[in-house]
Write a protein that binds this ligand. Sequence first.
Ligand code: ADP
Length: 162
Amino acid sequence: MPVAVYPGSFDPVTKGHVDIAERAAALFDKLIVAVYVSPPKRLMFSVEERVALLKEALSHLPNVRVEAFAGLTVDYAKKVKANVLVRGLRMSSDFEREFEMAQMNKRLAPDIELVCLMTRSGYEFVSSSLLKEICELGGCIDEFVPEDVAVAMKEKFSQNKR
Ligand code: ADP
């Protein structure tokens, strides 16, 4: 039965990510939300914090597991016996990036399929990086992230100012 991996940085998890995870969990028997330990970008939250925030945000989904991983996504997928990778698409720039990665992943692991889910209307402009920028400048991000993520983000920025 199909097992899917939804990989990402999730720095931090947004309602856009939660929506994709909920929809993927309804499509597959088991969904593993896999958190890149060290993606090539500056991070706000440690891997432990990102995993903990995701576990809380997805606790209502019984067939979802959250785990950290390092190395190639396709190697991790093989390790956990997943045959599908799930990604979300917001805009055409996401498509270009996903298309490039999908072509490479297919060469590396021909048996693993990519399933891209379109963002839900209203979340197309929601990205972790934009929300961090808004929060840092004192804007309200509450409607776009789970409640404890909003608290954690505000706490991080106030720590950094001290
Ligand atoms: P990355 O994996 O590139 O570091 P993220 O961790 O932010 O990026 O996102 C993980 C996955 O979730 C990516 O496929 C991304 O396109 C998707 N995603 C992020 N935000 C949204 C959103 N608002 N709607 C749909 N998909 C999203």
